[in-house]
Design a protein around this ligand. Sequence first.
Ligand SMILES: Nc1ncnc2c1ncn2[C@@H]1O[C@H](COP(=O)(O)OP(=O)(O)OP(=O)(O)O)[C@@H](O)[C@H]1O
Length: 627
Amino acid sequence: MSHDRETRGFQAEVSRLLHLMVHSLYSNREIFLRELISNASDACDKLRFQALDDDSLMEGEGEPWIRLSVDPDAGTLTIADNGIGMNREEVVENLGTIARSGTEKFLASLTGDRQKDAQLIGQFGVGFYSAFIVADRVEVFSRRAGEAADQGVHWESDGKGEFTVETVEREQRGTAVVLHLRDDAKEFADEHKVRAVVRQYSDHVAFPIRMAKSAEGADGEDQDKETEWETLNSATALWQRSRQDISDEEYQNFYRHLSHDFQDALTWSHNQVEGNLEYTSLLYVPARAPFDLYHREANRGLKLYVQRVFIMDEAEQFLPLYLRFIKGVIDAPNLPLNVSRELLQDHGPVRKIRAALTKRVLQMLKKLGNDDDKYATFWSQFGEVLKEGIGEDPDNREAIAALLRFPSTENAAPGAVSLDQYLERAGEGQDKIYYLLADNLEAARHSPHLEVFRKKGIEVLLLTGRVDEWMVNYLEEYQGKKLVNAARGQLDMDDREEADKAEQQDNPLIGRLTETLGERVAEVRPTGRLVESPACLVLGEDELGPQMRMMLEAAGQPVPESKPALEVNLSHPLLERLQGIQDDQDFAEMAESLLDQALLAEGQLPKDPAATARRLNRLLQEHAERT
Ligand SMILES: Nc1ncnc2c1ncn2[C@@H]1O[C@H](COP(=O)(O)OP(=O)(O)OP(=O)(O)O)[C@@H](O)[C@H]1O
């Protein structure tokens, strides 16, 4: 008996995703079973949680279960659960749209190259739609827990752009997904195959996964009372088991279940803490950033359980924002079962757990640092996010600083040098950590500001990250050594050079340059920084650098004018020649060019680029005439 049958179109994004997925995930197709079992397990979790308030939702049945059955003759595989189920509206909403922001942009980033796209789609998480990798027709039968038997729903689609949905009679609460397998995927109608895949991927699922020993009705309903069910998994919450008894493979499978990631986690930390603040945590560092790491409303936080009962996804109160890439579960048995997000927000014990978990993650990352390859992966994916912690978490600043990595003048590979390595190389004699900010590595490496450091053999960290300038504002020192911007203020590196500079201050050339360049620079002064270049620009200690200016401008904030000093290398032949120029016009032209090239070397444009080009042409012409 059915009625209200209607046909609807998938949201455009779903159609595109389905098409791309079927093509790019073919070689990875077993994942569909993991995804559908994960959904079934989530549905059981939700039921158990909602039944805390309303026991009638259990409808007199005991523990939730997941059941698998195959029909080799019909070529079907059915994944059924007696979890929370869906009503008609939910079915349409959940199985016809993708409610994640940034989806459109994500789809646009897919390339058509199977292998690359498979990686990207893994990052997105395909969920239910992965059914179409192996099935050319999918039926879903569902009834929401607590609703009447005549409120069942039947959904059906061939994944080509439309689905139908109708209201049907359904005794059994929960959901059954029936896969009509493609000709080349019929192996999943074989009991042995399904059993092997489940054992491999889903042993950790906390609800029993049962396999019918004899055929069941296709919609998971008409179970013959005689059907014998064999339980395939151990059905205990993985985090409750003791660490010694869990293999790496089990940890990784649980991670994939939790995160919907295709790749293994880089590392994890599993801890059972007893005493006043009793809790169990299992935290993972993924190997790859999700596509929406920088979206404000992206998924983050841990899965919260209280006494093994699932309470909520994305409990973000247990970790600070800069650790939002961590995936995992926290089971805090002393929290009230009816705990709400609001309560978590302002709950003393939660704050304490958060402080402990933060330390735990930082320790785990420190340990990961012993493995160069893995740490390089971690750093390339999450380094920029971790840097936010330097500003946001003063209590752990030193520990976070120890995790930072930068290219440097010694080793320009991204993420090559830690502050500890820097200090080790610098030795006792050097009491400062020097860094240079620049838009990109090329500009940094060729900056004239590095000349004196090169001459003296001092290493300089090259900071080119998006948030580096913001970050170093908060990182004044590390291990008692001050961080110093190599391109700022007076360097104060060598007494002899300082003394020389003082002597040169009243050089008449300085006066003449100051007069000519006027308001455009804060001052002109002799420098001890340069060896090969004639001049460079130096900002005052407290002025905003280019990155901060860009950030503020992008945020629509007023940006104060900042004026650098022009430092000139009086021993450079060009400056020596300048001293001899009598004609004011010629001198002005040369002085302007000196300022222009200093700007260009910083990666900045002169105020009037056309005038710069004119001057340069004139100089080139003169040069050509002379040769
Ligand atoms: N067996 C099920 N029982 C009840 N609801 C389900 C079931 N399977 C799917 N759903 C609903 O459909 C929604 C979409 O499922 P889907 O697997 O596509 O995404 P998801 O699980 O939310 O996200 P992801 O898989 O990326 O983590 C789920 O959030 C859930 O509300």
